[in-house]
Design a protein around this ligand. Structure first.
Ligand SMILES: Nc1ncnc2c1ncn2[C@@H]1O[C@H](COP(=O)(O)OP(=O)(O)O)[C@@H](O)[C@H]1O
Ligand SMILES: [Mg+2]
Length: 586
């Protein structure tokens, strides 16, 4: 841990440098101080020699014994002084009685002084019993064989001073080392701390905490690095939330489409599947991601088609219709994903609705053809018969022409109803709304059908409250719807029937009822009554010039007018058709 710590590296390098330089400095200082001191000692000894020389040259006149003078001087300057005769005998000594002293000619400093003019030695003095530093010079430099002046200092005095130098330098060294260590610790920590913070923040960011930031106010390089890390973190966070948002939007869009969407890679592994896939194949959409297609969806038709698309991109342009495990007709398209070559987008459409419409369309065409063919066959047959045979028989000719005329009317009715339906379909929802009194529409419709009513001797009553409010609706469309209901009531009620048209106002809607006491409708036919071409009794309807389209036109109109139409009926008792319309149409 320590080996990899920046702090430890910096601190120990600094420590070693400080100790090396302070140690070197201390040695230099000790050396310098000691040398200076020793030079001073030498100077002192030298001065003493000069002093003794002067003293010796003056003693003879004063007559005081030299030994006594030397003893006085030695005490004053605290230095041992000895004068040695040319044959080694002691002439004077500041510290000892000269009569007891032995011959000094064999002392190393004396020998040196005699040979080189100056001698020095350090050794134990038996005379004064301590270590001494000796310094010897001839009294007369021109006569080294003559008398010798020797001065000596006790070594321990010198040692005390040198020890003091050592101690002082040592203490200063220690104080400096401690101060340097403390300062170094403080400074390095100050440098390393933000670096550590940067490392910690970068680690947090790499672990996914994109909100982590370095807190530092420093403006140096480390501060700039921290600033850069913070900027990077911010940028990452921004990008990340953008991507998350885009992903969420994409997910919302894809999960709300009704089509199943599956993305597979080149190995048929599912990268993405939306919720619709789950509904279409009865699987859990969230759990099939990262599985192989063949283990997620056990539908051989789907797997086979995707496999074919993967191996042959040309197949991808085509589609395949299959039946889902929940028995729904499905259409599959495979589309290569350009951004990631080899992967495919599989889009699955539920085509049950479109198949239903397709069936409706086919039925409609078949119905129309059939409805057209019947009257056309009549017309063609009777026209041919007329041309070939009976032009002479006027009564029969008229009868045949009547039949032809009736069938032409039937055809006309059919074409008109078909046109009406197609008009309604093409402008579905577009109605010319204006306020109108229901009584006005009903009056118009009844008077339009008056001839037919009279022909069948029906009694038609209108039951409309005098204060009935105006309604906002398309009068032409509503008249057409009420007209169709009245037409049916007239047609499907035997002569002398009773027909009642009533209007009732409810709180926010209006009910228009067309009631008759006619043949009625069997309960089993009621659910399909409003379908195109649906008739309870085909031949009776056709006899009446009916097309089977009237009620589907009514239903269409009322839906366009935002209302609803219902029927209640009892066979042989009569029927009641009720139109409900909103009073005010937004
Ligand atoms: N008021 C009614 N009483 C009895 N049957 C009716 C009545 N209105 C409609 N129907 C039955 O509903 C069928 C469909 O009516 P509609 O769509 O108007 O066609 P049609 O051209 O035959 O009148 C009719 O053929 C008839 O069998
Ligand atoms: Mg009708």
């Amino acid at each position: 841990m320590f080996k990899n710590s920046l702090f430890a590296k910096l601190f120990f390098t600094y420590l070693i440098l400080i100790i090396i330089s302070l140690t070197a400095l201390s040695f230099i200082a000790i050396n310098l101080f000691t040398r200076t001191y020793l030079e001073e000692v030498n100077q002192h000894l030298d001065n003493t020699v000069q002093l003794v020389r002067a003293l010796k040259n003056n003693t003879t006149e004063k007559g005081q014994p030299i030994d006594a003078q030397i003893k006085g001087l030695g005490k004053t300057i605290q230095t041992r002084i000895t004068i040695i005769d040319n044959d080694g005998k002691i002439l004077a000594d500041s510290d000892s009685d000269i009569s007891t002293m032995e011959n000094h000619n064999n002392r190393p400093e004396v020998i040196d002084a005699r040979q080189t003019g100056a001698g020095q030695s350090t050794r134990f003095s038996h005379t004064v019993s301590i270590d001494m530093l000796y310094f010897a010079h001839p009294l007369n430099p021109a006569d080294p064989a003559g008398e010798i002046i020797r001065v000596a200092l006790p070594l321990h005095r010198i040692n005390i001073v040198t020890h003091q130098i050592y101690r002082t330098v040592g203490i200063i060294f220690l104080i400096l080392v401690i101060m340097a260590v403390l300062m170094g610790f403080w400074i390095i920590r100050k440098i390393v701390y933000p670096v550590k913070q940067i490392v910690r923040t970068a680690e947090s960011i790499s672990r996914g905490d994109l909100s982590a930031r370095v807190k530092t106010a420093s403006k140096d390089e480390v501060g700039q690095l921290a600033q850069t890390i913070n900027l990077m973190g911010g940028e990452l966070q921004k990008r990340f939330s953008e991507i998350s948002r885009e992903k969420a939007t994409l997910n919302i869009v894809l999960s709300s489409v009704r089509e199943g969407v599956i993305a597979v890679d080149a190995n048929q592994k599912i990268i993405f599947a939306n919720t619709a896939v789950g509904h279409l194949f009865n699987v859990e959409a969230g759990q099939i991601v990262d599985k192989y297609l063949w283990e997620a969806i056990r539908d051989n038709n789907l797997i086979g088609h995707v496999k074919a698309c993967l191996s042959n991109p040309a197949v991808a342009l085509s589609h395949k219709d299959i039946t889902s495990p929940v028995n729904k007709p499905l259409r599959i398209y495979c589309q290569p994903i350009k951004a990631t070559p080899g992967s495919f987008l599989v889009v699955i459409y539920d085509i049950s609705e479109s198949m239903k419409y397709e069936q409706l369309r086919k039925d409609f065409v078949a119905n129309v053809s059939h409805e057209l063919r019947t009257p056309l066959t009549f017309i063609k047959g009777y026209a041919e018969t007329l041309r070939e045979h009976n032009l002479g028989d006027k009564a029969q000719t008229l009868e045949f022409l009547d039949i032809i005329d009736k069938n032409v009317r039937q055809l006309t009715n059919l074409v008109e109803d078909l046109l009406e339906l197609s008009r309604l379909e093409s402008r579905a929802g577009i109605a010319r709304i204006r306020p109108i009194k229901p009584a006005k529409i009903i009056d118009d419709v009844v008077s339009y059908f008056q001839p037919a009513i009279e022909q069948k001797h029906h009694a038609v009553t209108k039951n409309i409250p005098a204060d009935c409010p105006e309604i906002s609706t398309d009068p032409d469309m509503l008249a057409k719807a009420v007209g169709n209901l009245l037409d049916n009531a007239i047609k499907y009620t035997s002569e002398n029937g009773r027909i009642e048209i009533s209007v009732i106002r409810q709180s926010n809607e209006i009910e228009i009822t067309v009631r008759d006491n006619g043949i009625g409708i069997p309960a089993e036919d009621i659910p399909r009554l409003f379908e195109r071409f649906y008739r309870v009794d085909k031949s009776r309807s056709r006899e009446m010039g009916g097309t089977g389209l009237g009620l589907s036109i009514v239903k269409h109109i009322i839906q366009t007018l935002k209302g609803e139409v219902t029927v209640t009926s009892q066979p042989n008792q009569g029927s009641a058709f009720v139109i409900k319309l909103p009073l005010i149409r937004e």
